[in-house]
Design a protein. Structure first.
Length: 585
């Protein structure tokens, strides 16, 4: 019966089987052995650090020595079998040498040199036998020393495409152009700058690289310097970078080497703003993730369809909220994209309506929107004085690339913006916001000068549907908006349900993430569900709503909203994990 089925059927049936099941199958008969062994050996993992933590805690070193000896024996057996070695496609070798040299003075210390010696022997054995795994396509190292000899071994692997290095020391002064990798990731926060550091990291070729992940500022600076001098990266599609102030110039120079770049994830200080990026630089960019103050640089004239924006704020606040004026200025900037914006993630917003009115007007075809709110009432009231007003106006000017000392507007109300990358109408936003802050926040209705009879925009209709909130009027692009200062999360959700706080009419996925707040309590599902139902009636295209700390998801099928279910927070977080902002439990 078994032989009647093609081997491809068995292989597809067992491709997701556990290693224990595959071991049992491989010992059952010759046919199953031939089918299951390639699945069993395609991915190998060695994690040395886990061999030390538990024995050290229990003050017993013997189990560690036994595990290391077994691992050494298995590695030798595997490397000595050409048939098995050719089955291996992925190797994850994770050793943590620092653990071996920072052990406290404990009773079993006299046996510890044996652990150090055996661990070093395994590392050496792995390095000397890696060349026999000729079908390797993916390598991942932690705590491994890449010597020139080992780098030559890596270069001998004909199918190697992906490599990830963590806490590794690289000594690769010359590799004949570098490894022809498609995906390269390197992280080493302990790296220190030296005169020869760039030359030592000459490991990767630029010719085939498609994805690059450099999440430590010094590592990013090193490789960007290296790649900028070694030539263009014609195939680079995705770039994930963390950089410091000193890397600003080399970063923008590096972008000129990436004509095919489509996805940029950037962790950089606000000093990276204020740059006029030519349209010819990264002309194919489709998505940007990074600080909101920098986002506008990458919008103008590029087909950017997705923005994932965060905000670090000032003063070390864990979850800082951002001023409406900054949000709206950046929304105007990103609206200059040559493509229709489909996906937008925003940082922590106040319980106001003006941001959403501007958003709905600029991006009516937005499909997916995610933003942060606090889980409790309005923030503490504070008077707006002149110093604070000038500070925020200067921030707006910095975001927009303004260089003048008069906060972006001169005595005659004219702007100094570069017309090649930002619309002239931004000046009206800056002037209106500047006047509002200088007047101490007093509400004054503004009219569009181009409108007949000074008529107000239709966006002010229905603003009185909530009783009691403070109302301010904001204006941009000649339109007038009443800004409702809501008092709580429940008020905000109710304003969504009655369309006082508008959303883009074609919205499909809506995510409202909550951040912790002292004394705050998230709204229960029973209170959120009616809001979701009403939103579904307002927005026919809406299919999914996510809400909360640990997100709950409401989904519509055949016109009926399903009961909320837990949802994976990955992809929901407006702040990327690489920045360490994890508001969900």
């Amino acid at each position: 019966m078994t032989t009647a089925l093609p081997t491809e059927v068995w292989r597809m049936a067992w491709i997701h089987a556990s290693s224990g099941d595959l071991k049992s199958l491989s010992s059952s008969c010759r046919l199953f052995c031939d089918i299951s062994q390639p699945l069993l050996f395609r991915t190998l993992t060695y994690v040395g650090a886990s061999d030390f933590i538990e024995p050290i805690t229990s003050r017993n070193i013997t189990p560690t020595l036994e595990k290391l000896r077994r691992n050494q024996s298995r590695l030798r057996s595997l490397a000595s079998s050409p048939r098995l070695a050719l089955m291996v496609q992925s190797w994850s070798f994770h050793s943590s040498p620092e653990i071996l040299y920072n052990i406290p003075d404990v009773p079993f210390m006299e046996k510890f040199p044996q652990v150090v010696k055996l661990s070093r022997a395994i590392n050496a054995n792995f390095g000397s036998t890696l060349g026999v795994f000729a079908n390797l396509s993916n390598l991942s190292f932690t705590g491994f020393d890449l010597t020139p000899e080992f780098c030559q071994t890596l270069a001998s692997l004909p199918r190697l495409k992906e490599m990830s290095l963590v806490l590794c020391d690289i000594h690769c002064p010359d590799l004949n152009g570098g490894l022809p990798l498609e995906d390269f990731s390197f992280s080493n926060p302990e790296l220190e700058w030296t005169d020869a550091i760039v030359e030592r990291h000459n490991l990767v070729s630029t010719s085939r690289l498609k994805q690059l992940h450099l999440v430590d500022p010094l590592v990013g600076r090193v490789f960007l310097t290296l790649f900028t001098t070694s030539g263009p990266l014609p195939r680079l599609v995705a770039l994930h970078l963390s950089l410091g102030d000193e890397a600003k110039d080399i970063f923008y120079k590096f972008l000129d080497c990436c004509p095919a770049l489509e996805h940029l994830d950037l962790d950089a200080p606000v000093t990276f703003s204020g740059v006029n990026l030519p349209d010819t630089t990264i002309p194919a960019l489709r998505s940007f993730a990074g600080p909101i103050e920098i986002a506008g640089i990458f919008a103008g004239g590029r087909p950017v369809r997705s923005f994932d924006l965060d905000y670090a704020g000032e003063g070390g606040e864990e979850y800082p909220s951002i001023e409406n004026s900054v949000v709206q200025a950046v929304l105007l900037q990103i609206s200059t994209s040559s493509a229709t914006l489909e996906d937008l993630k925003l940082p922590l917003l106040p319980f106001d309506t003006s941001n959403f009115r501007v958003l709905s007007d600029l991006f009516p075809k937005l499909k997916r929107l995610v933003f942060f709110l606090r889980d409790t009432g309005a923030p503490p009231e504070a008077a707006i004085d002149l110093d604070e007003a000038v500070t925020w106006d200067m921030i707006i000017a910095d975001v927009l690339g303004e260089a003048s000392d008069d906060h972006g507007v001169d005595d005659e109300g004219t702007d100094h913006l570069d017309q090649d990358w930002i619309p002239l109408t931004v000046s009206s936003l800056l002037a209106a916001q500047h006047q509002e802050m200088l007047s101490g926040g007093n509400a004054t209705e503004r009219r569009c000068e181009d409108c007949d009879n000074n008529s107000a925009s239709g966006y002010s209709d229905g603003a009185a549907s909530l009783e009691g909130p403070e109302v301010e009027v904001d204006a941009y692009q000649g339109k007038t908006y009443e800004d409702l200062k809501l008092d709580s999360l429940k008020d905000f959700m109710r304003s969504l349900a009655n369309d006082t706080t508008p959303l883009p009419r074609n919205i499909r996925h809506l995510g409202i993430a909550l951040v912790p707040s002292a004394g705050g309590a998230a709204m229960p599902d029973a209170d959120v569900s009616p809001v979701v139902e009403e939103l579904g009636a307002l927005y026919p295209a809406l299919r999914k709503v996510m809400f909360g700390y640990s997100p709950r998801a409401w989904k519509r099928k055949d016109g009926v909203w399903e009961n909320p279910k837990p949802e994976d927070a990955m992809g929901f977080l407006p702040f990327r994990i690489m920045r360490g902002n994890l508001p969900f439990s």
